[in-house]
Write a protein that binds this ligand. Sequence first.
Ligand SMILES: [Zn+2]
Length: 438
Amino acid sequence: MTPTLDRLLQSIDAKRDEVVALTQDLVRIPTINPPGDAYEACAHLIGERLARKGFAVEYVRAVGAPGDSDSHPRTNVVARWQAPQPGECVHFNSHIDVVEPGPGWTYEPFGGQVANGRVYGRGTCDMKGGLASSIIACEALIESGLPMSGALEISGTVDEESGGFAGVGYLAERGYFSKPKVHHVIIPEPLGVDRICLGHRGVWWGEVETRGRIAHGSMPFLGDSAINHMSAFIHLLETQLQPRLQGRHTAEPVEPPGARVSTLNINSIHGGQVEQRYSLDERGWPTGDLPAPVVAHLCKAVLDRRFIAEENLEAVKQEIVDMLEELKRTRPGFDYGIRDIMSFVPTATPKDAPVVDATARAIARVLGREPSYIASPGTYDQKHIVRSGKLRDCIAYGPGILDLAHQPDEYVGIQELVDSAKVMALAALRLSSPAHFG
Ligand SMILES: [Zn+2]
């Protein structure tokens, strides 16, 4: 490696305490989603820091998007540093929301404590550590004084955990993730310092309802139970569809390997009266909201169907409709409705795409080993960048262990923060200012 690039990497080693401190500062802002707490404060922490470093900073509130309100504004931050020479733009996108801490912590969930060479706290791994690494990487590049072309962008966006519609979805529809503004995107999700995530499986969320006829619960034969009808449908899902899906294998390197097939989860089911809350009083008498005896006339189930690159969305839906139609033909009284909640097709960036190549070379230089290539079982914000931004040159790459995401005692390794910052800096330099690499 040239001496100038060596110096760049050494300067990132020297920022070890800084990347830790930044991760801690970010984690100490409890941006819990739902409901979407403290987004404004977190966006401003990022924006004000980057403005001091010479970035042009824009705050974009997703007015009118799902979840946006004056009490919980969906505020995104987008910062851009323009190099003296024209060229391509590399964008680092991180979501700033985290899921609730949940029980079982031995560390303070929003304390950002350092122990065992790690930073602990909700969001350290998913993905404020990655955000901190990308900020340190860009700052090191700018401070290096290396002649640069193109532009560097960093965004902190909201609501990834709930679909990203007020975050990357909102921005992508408005041109923030499209050429000629942006050419390459790296999303520092916690996939591990030596793994490049090329894309994800597809998803169809849908709601199926079964219909019956209400009657007195003491004479169920006079009604027709929607719950019994739903149970017949679920029986078909379990005995016919799920075994079929297990046999459909993808060639994509989805991690964990158990997700290299199609899957179906019944996300929720609600039938009959709304849930009652009752208990027994000291005499042993029922008290609270007591149920009244009725045959359920309606039952709804939400299905979460993940599909592989070898399948298509229309066929995925049709397969479920066919089963419902089969029941309609064969089961007396069966009636149903089905509707879409949301869907995204699978996405996979080609291995020879510029952002993949640049990141792979950077991993080899920094870590001295070849990267592995993976795909994600679930979707993340890449879906919006591909669909609305029409930008294909996008990957997820960042520090942290994916399995720790959303768990108690979530952490990110400090050495991983530093190493991934080096990889991000080299990749961004190669993409924006290729002259440095001969
Ligand atoms: Zn995440």
